[in-house]
Design a protein around this ligand. Structure first.
Ligand code: SF4
Length: 163
């Protein structure tokens, strides 16, 4: 089962292009200035079977969509459920662009199996003192937009410099 709060069909602020966004429920942090405090409680949200959740996400896609973003909350506290969901998505649409927002650093999560299926990871917690509204697709300057396949291949972080 996967715990989630909401699915948004058309976002242009959670990654490049038009994207379906899945907001997963629960986050163990309490960042000052958190953009989504309602998604912090681990006991909140709704539950769905991974197969059903993947199907719902696929149904939201149109030819205009570039990909699907997983945000939260903290998606990577459900790594096994997320692995199942993204595995189904990639089986059905191999070229689907998958972004994941996480409060963990890349170094902390790089060995998770699900990382092999993620295209872009926006990493690190939101830091209010580093908040910068001019940065595309992230809230604070400590967060990095990481090309996951190239980073895993090279064994070092490859950042995407967008905008
Ligand atoms: S990691 Fe994200 S969701 Fe979690 S408390 Fe920080 S800003 Fe909020």
């Amino acid at each position: 089962m996967i715990k989630y709060a909401d699915i948004i069909r058309d976002s242009v602020v959670d990654g490049t292009g038009i994207r379906v966004v899945a907001f997963l429920q629960g986050c163990p942090r309490a960042c000052e200035g958190c953009h989504n405090p309602a998604l912090q409680p681990l006991e909140g949200g709704r539950e769905a079977r991974e197969e059903d959740f993947a199907e719902r996400l696929l149904q939201e896609l149109t030819p205009l969509h570039k990909g699907i973003t997983f945000s939260g909350g903290e998606p990577l506290i459900q790594p096994e459920a997320l692995l199942k969901v993204i595995t189904i998505l990639k089986e059905r649409k191999p070229h689907l662009d998958i972004w994941v927002y996480t409060g963990f650093t890349f170094e902390q999560v790089k060995d998770l199996s699900v990382m092999k299926l993620i295209d872009v990871l926006v990493d690190g917690p939101f830091v209010l003192s580093a908040r910068d509204l001019t940065l595309p697709f992230r809230g604070s300057a400590n967060q990095r937009i990481i090309d996951v396949p190239r980073s895993l291949e090279k064994g070092e972080i490859v950042e995407l410099h967008i905008g």
